[in-house]
Design a protein around this ligand. Structure first.
Ligand code: SF4
Length: 341
């Protein structure tokens, strides 16, 4: 992985924040593009929030992007632009927890700091037969303790990466390659025949169904778009206007609610057609977005937070993955659907 070669604390911070809750495969392209756009910590600190969110659009968990920029600002303000080498100072940066601080301290500054992330956690849990939940409490505490005990005085960076690689390539969640494992003789889970039971699998919380009716609202060459305010999902990004409806709401109820909303924020609706459904998840929510095409007959100044923009401008805005799908519907409507001028 390219970031494993670097010793630049800023680049390591970017990669580690991106990897929180996201797979290596998904992060790879984003990491390269992000550093090309914001090559130094000063570039990131001085960027507009929209630019940062645009570079992050599609990775999800957008609070990470805002925290990353806040961390860059903190380095500029508190440390005159020089990334702190002190572990406690790194830990005080916005959005930086024990794992991320340990990764930066060991990888960039060669300090002996333990790390526990998904792959190394699995290896440690099996090596020491930790039967408790690893989500917190005694199980997680034990992992940090074992990770610290195993840490060598020198080459912590290589040691930490080796543990992660072992978890990623050999000690995999299912069917670990124990016969090829270099630490087989030390592995308690293998000795006790508990490999399949460790780590303990937690039941996944049941998803909560949510539904929205959303609209591509057009007037002449322009389309209505909204900047998502603080406190809502994906705050700071943009979205096509929507209203929340009951997941079991009838087709007509969803349409009526949406039509009323659009009439209030943009103008009287003259045309309404159903396009399709977009499904996605946000944390524990399973979301259905019913997408409609709409036209307003008379365009008013939109309500605060709403804007009329041509499609070419909307494409430049930070949009989350579901909203990019709505944009694709606008740019490439289904064959059966005829977009009127
Ligand atoms: S012996 Fe098997 S279970 Fe134990 S650390 Fe190696 S791969 Fe994992």
């Amino acid at each position: 992985m390219p970031w494993r070669e670097t010793r630049d604390p800023y680049a390591i911070l970017v990669s580690e924040v991106m990897l929180q809750q996201t797979t290596v495969a998904a992060v790879r392209g984003y990491y390269d593009r992000f550093l090309a756009q914001f090559p130094t910590i000063a570039d990131l600190a001085n960027a507009k929030e929209d630019e940062v969110l645009s570079a992050w659009a599609g990775l999800g968990y957008y609070r990470r992007a805002r925290n990353l920029q806040a961390a860059a600002c903190a380095v500029m303000q508190r440390h005159a632009g020089v990334f702190p080498a002190d572990f406690e100072e790194i830990l005080m940066l916005p959005g930086v927890g024990r794992y991320t601080a340990g990764a930066v301290a060991s990888s960039a500054f060669g300090q002996s700091r333990p790390i526990v992330e998904a792959n190394s956690a699995r290896v440690l849990a099996r090596l020491f037969a930790v039967k408790e939940s690893l989500k917190g409490g005694a199980g997680l505490k034990a992992l940090w303790q074992y990770s610290a005990e195993l840490l060598p005085d020198r080459n912590a960076r290589d040691h930490n990466y080796a543990l992660m690689e072992l978890g990623s390539l050999v000690c995999t969640p299912k069917n670990p390659a124990c016969t090829e494992c270099p630490v087989l003789t030390y592995c308690e889970a293998h000795r006790l025949d508990l490999v399949a039971q460790i780590p303990r699998v937690e039941p996944k919380p049941e998803k909560i169904a949510r539904a929205f009716a959303g609209a591509i609202v057009r007037h002449a060459e322009n389309v209505l778009i909204r900047r998502i305010p603080a406190g809502e999902w994906h705050a700071g990004l943009y979205e096509f206007p929507k209203v929340e409806i009951e997941p079991w709401a009838s087709e007509s109820k969803g349409q009526d609610d949406l039509k009323n909303h659009i009439s209030q924020v943009a103008g009287p609706v003259s045309k309404l057609e159903r396009l399709s459904d977009i499904r996605f998840t946000v944390t524990v929510h399973s979301v259905t977005l019913r997408v409609f095409d709409m036209k307003v007959s008379r365009r008013r100044s939109p309500a605060p937070g709403y804007f009329w923009l041509p499609v070419s401008e909307i494409e430049k805005l930070p949009l989350g993955s579901p909203q990019k799908k709505v944009l694709n519907l606008l740019k490439s409507p289904p064959e059966w659907f005829e977009v009127e001028p």
